[in-house]
Design a protein around this ligand. Structure first.
Ligand SMILES: Cc1cc2nc3c(=O)[nH]c(=O)nc-3n(C[C@H](O)[C@H](O)[C@H](O)COP(=O)(O)OP(=O)(O)OC[C@H]3O[C@@H](n4cnc5c(N)ncnc54)[C@H](O)[C@@H]3O)c2cc1C
Length: 316
């Protein structure tokens, strides 16, 4: 998936200054011999410069407050309808859904917040939580990725969605708080769609030049092909303070055609893997966990065994 899908909508040229967005090299453009800088490093550098020059300045947030910004787009007390404008497959069972926000406004979420979707299944109203993955300051749209479960009531409702329909959302909700440079290191332990809030946290950190916190994302998936939002992760992983480790429980080195530079461990995420990967001072490290119920339970058990107390981790 091209990174423009989540960051700049479908923009390929800056609408204000007409500077073209850099295009991503093909895998075949990389010789795979470890050149420094690699063609992908150069692309990511170009993309960052372009984004700073164009997107950040014109499209992404420095437009100043307008009256319509002051009015909230969402409220926790009532559902608001948003038009579904795009569906993009991310993996066999997970899609990225883009919703339009009228008048080029922003959803106005703070980091780590989620929103609630109302749907209908077998004649009954149902609600479920989802975490937008588009940058917090995105204007005119927001994105959520959603895994479709074979027997999930909301999944059955979402499976029938078509572009142009209106869906009902309310929010924001959540208790996660993040303070600039409060911790030296942040370790994010995610599995599957548990990646969603982690993407928000990492984007929040890399977008602040005053951040000194280093981030390590340890992302558990079954197979390499199940890794969600890979191009976004590639880009985030290119920042000086972000390291990403993919832990694949059902894949093997022989099967995987990994991107050059990807750090992959072919194993389940166990306490001994955590011990091996956590090479810095744990007393200066804050942990964030988000995955399935059993993943969360295991990770918290391992953290406790590693001496991490309750104040030093947050479970989404
Ligand atoms: C704060 C919060 C944020 C969330 N953000 C997202 C998000 O961004 N994207 C997203 O896809 N989902 C997210 N979820 C999960 C989402 O709210 C629903 O639970 C999910 O979409 C399944 O709903 P359903 O009605 O289809 O299935 P359910 O009836 O809820 O479950 C159906 C079956 O799927 C299994 N199942 C449900 N959820 C999971 C899971 N996470 N891992 C493994 N098995 C599961 C259940 O055990 C059950 O067997 C979030 C949940 C929370 C609490």
């Amino acid at each position: 998936m091209d990174s423009s899908i989540y960051l700049e909508g479908d923009i390929t040229v800056c609408e204000d200054c007409q500077v073209e967005k850099p295009s991503e090299p093909l895998q075949s453009d990389c010789c795979g011999t470890g050149c420094t800088p690699c063609v992908f490093d150069l692309y990511e550098e170009d993309l960052r410069n372009w984004r700073k020059h164009c997107f950040d300045n014109h499209q992404g947030g420095n437009l100043g407050s307008t009256v319509s910004d002051v009015l909230p787009v969402l409220t926790p007390s009532a559902f608001t309808k948003f038009e579904l404008v795009k569906i993009t497959a991310l993996s066999e069972d997970t899609n990225l859904y883009r919703f339009k926000i009228p008048d080029c406004r922003s959803l106005g979420l703070s980091v780590g917040r989620h929103i609630v979707l109302r749907g209908k299944h077998e004649g009954r109203n149902i609600t479920r939580q989802y975490t937008p993955v588009s940058p917090l300051l995105s204007r005119g749209f927001f994105d959520v990725f959603i895994k479709i479960y074979p027997n999930g009531p909301m999944s059955q409702y979402i499976k029938r969605w078509e572009v142009g329909q209106l869906m009902e959302w309310r929010g924001p909700y959540g208790h996660f708080t993040y303070t600039l440079n409060k911790y030296k290191h942040l370790v994010l332990l995610a599995a599957g769609t548990g990646l969603a809030p982690m993407l928000q946290v990492i984007q929040h950190i890399v977008n602040n030049d005053e951040e000194d916190t280093t981030v390590q994302l340890i992302y558990a998936s079954k197979m390499y092909k199940d890794v969600l939002m890979k191009s976004m992760l590639d880009e985030l992983g290119s920042y000086w303070n972000v390291t990403i480790i993919y832990v694949l429980s059902k894949d093997s080195k022989e099967n995987v055609k990994a991107r050059y530079g990807d750090q992959i461990r072919y194993t389940r995420l166990t306490k001994s893997i955590l011990e091996k990967e956590l090479t810095f001072d744990l007393s200066e490290t804050y942990f964030v966990v988000c995955g399935t119920k059993s993943f969360d339970k295991d990770m918290i058990k391992y953290l406790k065994q590693l001496g991490i107390n309750d104040e030093m981790y947050f479970k989404f």
